[in-house]
Design a protein around this ligand. Sequence first.
Ligand SMILES: O=C(O)CNC(=O)[C@H](CS)NC(=O)CCC(=O)C(=O)O
Length: 299
Amino acid sequence: MHLPHAMADPPTLKPLVAVGQVTSTPDKELNFAACARLVQEAAHRGACLVFLPEGFDYIGSNTAQTLSLAEGLDGDLMGRYAKLAKEYGMWLSLGGFHERGQDWLTTQRIYNCHVLLDPAGNIVATYRKTHLCDVELEGRVTMKESSFTNPGNEIVAPISTPAGKLGLSICYDLRFPEISLALRHAGAEILTYPSAFTMPTGSAHWEVLLRARAIESQCYVVAAAQTGKNHEHRTSYGHALVVDPWGAVVAQCHEGTGLCYAEIDLDYLRRIRQEIPVHSHRRPDLYGTVAAMGLAPVP
Ligand SMILES: O=C(O)CNC(=O)[C@H](CS)NC(=O)CCC(=O)C(=O)O
């Protein structure tokens, strides 16, 4: 490729993002203290954006507790995160806040809400998880998120941040490539899947799904994660990581809680998109029409 200026220009500093791995419990105070420490650490390291996982606020040990601990976006906890964003001048992706919405009194269900805060502490975007995790692996895992959560009803346009245009999803959404492609189509450069994956599904599916989403969308993929024992009956898979738009894992957390860091290189992203222009090779005229292929109906 012909890049005449690339050699002459001084190296530009690329934005650094920090990706969190935590073990939330039902104790909201302890969880906040742990997340605040990570934000402070990321700020000292020079990151502009910190990603925290689904359930960064808490992981309840049963449905009643999960519902009773939930707050509104105007509540105390979000206020404390807004202060934290301001104090450190940091963007915060809070990936999966247990939100009591407008309809709390009538539905008695919450939303699983991904909140993006800017460094002034403003809520600049909210995305409410649209694919709820109702999954049963016999004898191993039972999840029925829809029993206490209302599904969100919209995909949210990517938001400009100093690291790039950020498309918001949450955890189980990762299994639905339609949402990642819709976000890419709407201009996303970074997709993020804050998560609380189970051990059996995480060990089989986590990395391969994240890398697939990065390769097919040609976006950076950032995935903060719950790790370890959240309470008596629950252990999370961990492996918070960042994938670049070529599909390489460029950062990954160790075992235990902490952060990993990645530089976001949008020149590299643009080069990949030029070299393999899948986006302009798509055939949306075909994708809805498998039934019209002229096959004889199966008797
Ligand atoms: O309930 C909370 O408090 C926080 N939310 C979660 O933990 C959610 C819903 S139960 N977990 C997942 O989506 C796991 C997905 C997963 O493991 C997979 O897709 O394989």
